[in-house]
Design a protein around this ligand. Sequence first.
Ligand code: ZN
Ligand code: ZN
Length: 279
Amino acid sequence: MIHNMPVKTLVHKDLSIEGYSRAAVQTYWRVPELKIGFDLGAQPWSFMATPTWFVSHTHLDHVVALPAYVARRRMMKMEPPTIYLPAAAVEHVEKILKLFTRLDRGRMPCQLVPLEPGCEIELSREHVVSVSATQHTVPSLGFVVWERRRKLKPQFQTLTGPQIRDLRLGGTEVTEEKRIARFAYLGDSAPEGLDNCTAMYEAQVLVLEITFVAPSHRKDKIHKFGHIHLDDILERRERFRNELIVASHFSTRYSGKRIRELVERAVPDMLGGRLYLWL
Ligand SMILES: [Zn+2]
Ligand SMILES: [Zn+2]
């Protein structure tokens, strides 16, 4: 395997979180078990086989590798990928791909699908992605991956197998859908992106940005540019129900060591051990 980009991996239950994210540098994530990825700020060679991507917004450090990814899959004779992105971006990305087709003299086959907050995408029988509004300086979206199962309705749980079968044959709907938020990806956003979507706080795994961690960095300015400060997380600490909170997208003005120092000083318990710094 060619290692052209840094990739870190963390396993939580049956999901692996893989990726890298630094503000203004590059951001890319994927969950191989779900066969999906988030953001195309760069494209590790090993990520190419993932066929479905969700782009949170079109700042270059989140989207610039899109043409290379599409072209590589064609070169490797893989199926054209499906890339979901904010609706306002689709027309421009199509134009860019057309121009690159001319420059590279190679086709760029892919399906670009526009998304708006409130959209839902069926990944499979078991998994659905919901799309939420986030707050950034360009159109931006957050994503929650739900696992859905059909469960027997509570009123039928004491019945025997044959009784349930008879009800079903008689046309009664005996099951209902249950959803569990497994994974949430905030993308770049001011804290409203969390507050507007309860599932962000409830997903088993939440990947979010904490671009700024130093006490001296002014929050009003940070919010205006659509980002989160560590203090925003502390103010909301009671709301996080997540099992794992991955903090990422730190500003390049801090070293990894400095980020760890500042976060451990401000949050000594690391949110009950759930806060993981993606460094
Ligand atoms: Zn960013
Ligand atoms: Zn951004």
